[in-house]
Ligand binder design. Structure first.
Ligand code: ADP
Length: 474
């Protein structure tokens, strides 16, 4: 089976969030199962030159806005699977990956270039796996092309929803310029008076998936559907949930090169060294018996920062430290900065994006906080499990699927979770976790339960392969 995965970001070429982790790891895991899988992603200003192995095409001609346009494509296997990186500086050489008024145009171009590249490769593709709104354009194009271009007649599309909150909306009048002139195509985009690339993907793809089973159910409900729940309910027979995996080549405390000391579930002594390192990096007093809470997150309202704002005082009251890495909304960045200024010997804050520090926090913290409002899958809670850092999460989406309350009677469970978006429930779980932390044997049991779980991509890749096979039989 030949599978082309399209994504707007992919590790190690580019990353703003979990989508990049998934898009980098899935093609690699598929390749390992014996599938012929490859990745297509843009080449950004941020993409390191060392990853661009050679030029695959320097004359990728396509028609854009009525004119011929010459793009290039680099080739790499830096993520462990064949990758083509679309090079078009006009669209992708910017200071950041997203955040421009014309993002819809940039990613429509990416989709168009990716399909042109697939055709140039001249090998029949069974599945084009599209990810989030940035790839909704290709879903519509392929639904259209397959009727009159024999090259595409047997190609099927799978569209994965990583975050329904981002929809890629723009004025319907732009569709002509983007190459979607037919009524058939425009109908797929039509949404509440404008065009939505997310709706296009959901409407035109052969199969839909979400990054966890619970999120797949939640987005069919009115309050979580962002106006698209009706479409998801209508297509629920084509919608399934596959929980993301973890790339244990990148997130493994036994081999992680960033850590002050490596450790495993068999010998946790290195974790203490990592804790010391973390406290020192944030210039906090090295009190190794006090619980360290960690947060690594985009600072947006999705991540439940309001609950952290309300609970921060309790974390200090229970004698804990709070170490935070993140960037995003100004109000949240300012909050953590003020908190750190008010309690510099209990709180550490690094504003920004920093891969190394993310690993340092995962390894050095005792407790990881993710009280999200909604969470399609969430990766940090699964990284935390492997690093012996006990997660406290809200029971939504993938957090609900992967974290199970520790039960003192049975000894089962890998963390703590609460249900309602209420600070009182969150604080209760903080107390419960700190109580267990102060009983070394109990704590070690919770750590063991999490560290020995297997959330590897192999498992998820097998489920995707089954989904692709099912899609081809439709
Ligand atoms: P989302 O995709 O909604 O941001 P996920 O938990 O699925 O959330 O994935 C987040 C990914 O981004 C993780 O790999 C996490 O370590 C990383 N990350 C988030 N914020 C930062 C940051 N400030 N610095 C480094 N890595 C970050």
């Amino acid at each position: 089976m030949r599978i082309a995965v399209l994504s707007s970001e992919a590790v190690p070429y580019s990353k703003t969030g979990g989508l990049a982790d998934v898009a980098g790891a899935l093609p690699k895991a598929l390749t390992r199962t014996g599938a012929d899988a490859f990745l297509i992603t843009p080449c950004y200003l941020q993409t390191k030159g060392e990853y661009l192995w050679h030029t695959a095409f320097d004359d990728l001609w396509l028609e854009w806005s009525g004119r011929p346009y010459r793009a290039k494509a680099f080739y790499s296997e830096a993520n462990g699977s064949p990758t083509f990186l679309i090079d078009a500086p006009e669209f992708f050489h910017r200071d950041s990956i997203y955040g421009y008024r014309e993002d819809y145009e940039r990613f429509a171009f990416f989709n168009h270039a990716a399909l042109t590249l697939l055709k140039r490769l001249d090998k029949k593709i069974d599945i084009v796996h599209l990810n989030d709104w940035h790839c909704g354009f290709a879903a519509v194009k392929l639904a259209h092309l397959r009727f009159w271009d024999p090259f595409w007649s047997n190609t099927r599309t799978v569209f994965s929803i990583h975050n329904l909150a981002y929809q890629g909306g723009f004025g319907s009048g732009e569709l002509w310029d983007l190459g979607f002139g037919s009524r058939f195509e425009q109908d797929h985009f039509a949404f509440e008076g404008y065009a939505s690339a997310m709706k296009a993907g959901l409407s035109a793809s052969d199969m839909l998936s979400t990054v966890s089973p619970t999120y797949g159910v939640e987005i069919q409900q009115h309050e979580n559907g962002y106006g698209l729940d009706w479409l998801l309910r209508a297509r629920s027979g084509r919608l399934s949930g596959i929980t993301n995996g973890v790339d244990y080549e990148v997130w493994n405390p036994e081999t992680d090169p960033v850590l002050a000391a490596n450790f495993s579930w068999k010998d946790l002594s290195g974790k203490r060294t990592c804790k010391r390192d973390l406290l020192e990096r944030f210039s906090l007093p090295v009190e190794l018996e006090s619980p360290v809470f960690g947060i690594v997150s985009r600072l947006t309202s999705q991540k439940g920062i309001e609950l952290i704002q309300q609970a921060a005082g309790e974390i200090v009251n229970v004698g804990g430290f709070l170490t935070v890495l993140g960037s995003g909304d100004r109000q949240y960045e300012d909050f953590f900065q003020r908190l750190r200024d008010a309690a510099p010997d209990r709180v550490g804050f690094f504003r920004g994006y920093n891969e190394e520090l993310a690993h340092t926090i995962e390894a050095g913290a005792d407790i990881f906080l993710m009280p999200s409002r909604f969470e399609p899958c969430g990766l940090n809670q699964m990284y935390s499990l492997r690093y012996g850092t006990v997660p406290i999460v809200r029971a939504v989406g993938g957090l609900h699927d992967t974290i199970h309350n520790f039960d003192r009677v049975t000894g089962q469970g890998n963390g703590y979770k609460f249900t309602d978006f209420i600070a009182g429930q969150f604080v209760e779980k903080i107390y419960e976790a700190v109580f267990a932390y102060n009983e070394p044997e109990t704590w070690r049991r919770i750590q063991m339960n999490g560290m020995t779980e297997d959330h590897s991509w192999e498992n998820a890749a097998r489920k995707y392969l089954a989904l692709y096979e099912h899609t081809l039989r439709l």
